[in-house]
Design a protein. Structure first.
Length: 68
């Protein structure tokens, strides 16, 4: 009986899977904590992965061949 294997996860090439980073603004607040902002990868929007290749190809084909 054939086995089902899930599709491999596609790691984002823009961030190599490290989709978010905390960047310090310098200094500390009145509680003594570092002030930080969170920056997300623009390619994957903070998920670290990309959609399956078939979904990307379908989206590109739909965008390229739509009539206006």
């Amino acid at each position: 009986m054939p086995q089902h294997h899930p599709a491999p996860i596609r790691v984002c090439p823009g961030c190599d899977g490290f989709a978010s980073a905390a960047i310090t603004l310098g200094g500390r607040d009145h509680h003594g904590h570092h002030r930080t902002v969170t920056a997300h990868c623009r390619t994957c929007h903070g998920t670290g992965t990309l959609p399956p290749l078939r979904q990307l190809l379908n989206t590109a084909a739909t965008a390229a061949f739509t009539r206006r």
